[in-house]
Design a protein around this ligand. Structure first.
Ligand SMILES: [Ca+2]
Length: 298
């Protein structure tokens, strides 16, 4: 009489029983060793063709671009009031009307300005005026397109390294709204701290840039947002609409670009969270650099 197992559908018609064994065929020792060898070969090939496990940006966590030492700080989604109130000392008219802005998705922003060393690594040249300040000084003398090209090359590098697994994110210049939101880090006054403590500006810079990260950071761990060098943003320059808007990216076209954050030769008035620098995209200035965002593709 056949056992239950013998009549199982998977065994039907295979002719796998050996005479007198009363059960299924067992693989020989030789066959087992062949299987072990095959498995080992598959694992070895897998290790060759699959990239080693990499640390990738995780929502809400700091991330460092390994090859570059470029540290990125997580910026949470949220809402803030963009621009300055009418009574803020040193205010310019284009800082109003104050506009409620919703940043709908979290992103990352460079903990520091892009340094000369990082720029050299990615772009293969260093256009900076203050090259003698060293690799850790912010890159300057970069036009808008240079800053965008840096972001694109970095995105390609990181994608090739398997570290851009979060769908739809890429390295790019921050929007003006992302920049001010991150600069304020929840603050509403003119600056996120005492000017002397947070910024290299005309009053303390000695007429030069300084290595990044030496002054006090803001509450979200960002350095030199005010002072050291101004920072290209992605927007064309335009007027604020007032009211409430979500994820603004500036006008669709224009002649002038926005740069933010004051610089080593800027007055105290320029080193305010709401201050808007304006210039032609081709401006090449020894107090103008950039920092990168890792943000949803727009
Ligand atoms: Ca700055």
């Amino acid at each position: 009489m056949k056992s239950y197992l013998d009549t199982a559908p998977s065994e039907k018609g295979r002719g796998s029983k050996l005479p007198g064994s009363g059960g299924r065929a067992r693989p020989s020792a030789k066959r087992l060793s062949l299987i072990a060898v095959a498995v080992a070969i598959v694992v070895a090939i897998g290790e060759l063709i699959m990239p080693a496990r990499v640390d990738v940006p995780a929502s809400g966590k700091p991330f460092t671009v390994p090859d570059l030492g470029l540290e990125m700080r997580p910026i949470p989604a949220g809402t803030f009031r963009m621009g300055s109130p009418a009574g803020e000392p040193g205010r310019n008219p284009d800082e109003g009307p104050q506009t409620w802005v919703a940043i709908s998705q979290g992103f990352w922003l460079g903990k520091t300005l892009v340094t000369q060393g990082q720029y050299q690594d990615v772009m293969g040249n260093n256009p900076s005026n203050f090259a003698d300040v060293g690799d850790d000084a912010p890159v300057e003398m970069v036009v808008f397109d240079d800053a965008v090209a840096f972001c694109q090359k970095l995105t390609e590098r990181e994608r090739a390294a398997g570290r851009l697994l979060k769908r739809g994110y890429a390295y790019m210049l921050p929007t003006e709204a992302q920049w001010e939101y991150a600069c304020r880090a929840g603050t509403t006054q003119a600056r996120y701290g005492n000017l002397e403590d947070i910024a290299w500006y005309v009053g303390n810079s000695g007429d030069t840039t300084h290595p990044v990260g030496q002054k006090q950071p803001n509450a979200w761990g960002l350095y030199d947002m005010n002072g050291n060098v101004r920072e290209w943003c992605s927007d064309w320059y335009g007027q604020y609409p007032g009211g409430n808007i979500t994820d603004p990216g500036g006008p669709d076209s224009g002649a002038l670009r926005v740069s933010r954050g004051g610089g080593w030769c800027g007055t105290a008035n320029l080193c305010r969270s709401a201050y808007r620098g304006v210039g032609a995209p081709g401006d090449r200035n020894l107090n103008l650099g950039f920092r990168v965002a890792l943000a949803p593709v727009r």
